[in-house]
Write a protein that binds this ligand. Structure first.
Ligand code: ATP
Length: 517
């Protein structure tokens, strides 16, 4: 299936099955803002739980925090967000569309790579088994030309971003003859800086309102609470503070569904370490986070690590865990070594000492920080992308039909067990409800009696329910039910008192956590 089609299908499926709705849809929606529906909210909560438990439950030296979205406005002066949290924007004068200048150039670089891939594929087809890819890459003049262009553009882009040189970015767009992807026009404005923070007022205007900001990252809530947590929790270095919460960015172009939103959720953990040990801890957290992703059983080829070319103003090392979304490999999570930048800045702006007394060294210092930062919504989209499958399945009459099945990691599924009475009479609904009552404290169960069994199975497949059980007349006689596995579609007759154990093995989050211990 073409990747574009896959993306459209995932978006439509997410809406049809109550995962994600456009915000304020009855008012025709609000651009790039989304609501999570009945299944989406549960799936999102499960992802949060997996992350939270992996951080806070599995590590005795990591504690949680829930800080406010509003913060003292000076926080953002100290953190550098007021002056430096900008993206370079450019408008097309003909289409009136706005773009991030750096993204237009990155897309151009990707296009050169796509041209190289095409040449290689063509040559492979022509030469068959004799094809030597390395030699071809080194000698083919067309490939050489694309490669040189790609490398030169990349270097110029990095330099322009490092120097904050907006003119150079504009020049690069002109030199590469980049056209507006919508209209094809090359009639651009100059490149300008755009601050991504949302502003609002605290207090009513008459009594002198203060300008404040919606936090663009949750991390600063952790930094300003460093002393509180360290002192009251009597934490010793190294230790971490984990937080899940909303963040807001007035993105120049919010697009690609829930990948880039203006209101989103982050799951961030700041790990405070002794200066000089940050590289070691950076490696540790990079590996630990990769393990967390892999434990979900998603195809490993859908993940890759990418080292940053341009470091943020606070970092001395940075890696992205990228995921293969339907629109290509893009950042899912960032692992950053943030040095002592943030804590030192807050120390300077508040005049308060933010230091740690290290008894082993008999010395006080500002700790260094290694951060792991993942977008919850992006993780949600990654999970949906990996789960979406279309399959041909045999029907009873010997023909086949198509089913859409969400092969979600079972521990994340919004519904873990669907209980289906075969018919809506003869005491079967009552028996089904009795079974749910015995399981609902431990598992998320759903009762469904409408439509034929086959159609009910399809609906549960579409939301990713790992197991369905059917309650029939035999159940009344011997307390057995048929249990159907979502992925294999195999059915088995089991006693109702075995259900709890079967379900536990499949859906208990504990089994995911065991894999990353
Ligand atoms: P990008 O380069 O895609 O704009 P970023 O490098 O600015 O992302 P960070 O500041 O490192 O992102 O934020 C940490 C994580 O928060 C990202 O890895 C991503 O998963 C998530 N995130 C950032 N911006 C958004 C957004 N607008 N919508 C949804 N998630 C986001």
């Amino acid at each position: 299936m073409a990747q574009e089609d896959l993306f459209k299908k995932i978006i439509a499926h997410a809406k049809e099955y109550g995962f994600i709705f456009q915000s304020s849809e009855i008012y025709d929606g609000l651009s790039a803002v989304y609501d999570y529906g009945q299944n989406g909210a549960q799936l999102k909560n499960n992802i949060k739980q997996y992350w939270w438990d992996a951080m806070v439950k599995l590590n005795e030296n990591i504690v949680g925090l829930d800080s406010a979205i509003f913060m003292h406005p000076d926080t953002w002066k100290a953190s550098g967000h007021l002056s430096a949290f900008n993206d370079p924007m450019i408008d097309n004068k003909d289409s009136k569309k706005r773009y991030r200048a750096d993204e237009l150039i990155e897309d151009y670089i990707d296009k050169q790579q796509a041209k190289i891939d095409k040449e290689v594929a063509k040559a492979r087809k022509k030469f068959g088994d004799d094809f030597d890819e390395q030699k071809f890459m080194e000698t083919n003049p067309r490939v050489q030309k694309y490669r040189e262009k790609m490398e030169a553009t990349r270097q110029q882009l990095i330099k322009a971003l490092e120097d904050d040189d907006l003119k150079a970015l504009g020049q690069l767009i002109e030199d590469c003859e980049i056209a507006d992807p919508v209209s094809g026009s090359k009639n651009w404005t100059e490149v300008r800086q755009f601050n991504l923070m949302f502003e609002t007022q605290l207090g009513s205007l008459s009594d002198g309102a203060n300008k404040i900001y919606l936090r663009p990252e949750t991390a600063q809530g952790i930094f300003v609470n460093y002393l509180n947590v360290q002192k009251t929790g009597r934490m010793k270095l190294p230790f971490g503070i984990a937080q899940i919460g909303k963040a807001f960015r007035n993105e120049i172009v919010a697009r690609q569904f829930i990948f880039r939103m203006r209101e989103f959720e982050q799951m961030e953990m700041q790990y405070f370490v002794r200066p000089g040990q940050e590289k070691e801890w950076f490696e540790h957290w990079k590996n630990t986070r990769v393990k967390w992703h892999k434990a979900l059983g998603i195809d490993e080829n859908m993940f890759r690590l990418h080292e940053h070319d341009k470091l943020a103003h606070y970092a001395n090392a940075a890696y992205d865990i990228e995921f293969q979304f339907p629109f290509g490999f893009k950042e899912l999570e960032g692992i950053h070594s943030r040095t002592d930048f943030d804590l030192s800045q807050h120390q300077e702006y508040t005049g308060k000492k933010i230091q740690y007394y290290d008894p082993e060294l008999d010395k006080s210092y500002v700790p260094y920080v290694v951060e792991t930062s993942i977008g919850l919504d992006r993780m949600f989209l990654a999970v949906l992308t990996a789960a979406y499958h279309e399959e041909e399945v045999p029907k009873d009459n010997g023909k086949s039909e198509q089913r859409v099945v969400m092969k979600l990691p079972p521990a994340l599924a919004p519904i873990q067990l669907a209980v289906l009475p075969l018919v809506r009479k003869d005491g079967l609904p009552e028996k089904a409800r009795e079974i749910i009552d015995s399981l609902k404290i431990d598992f998320i169960c759903q009762y469904e009696e409408k439509d034929s069994i086959g159609r009910r199975y399809r609906r549960q497949d579409a939301i990713g329910t790992p197991y369905c059980i059917t309650v029939d007349h035999q159940t009344l006689e011997d307390n057995t039910v048929t249990i159907r596995d979502r992925d294999t579609m195999e059915q088995e007759r089991v006693a109702t008192d075995q259900l709890s154990e079967i379900l536990d093995k499949k859906v208990n989050m504990k089994h995911l956590l065991e894999k990353i211990l």
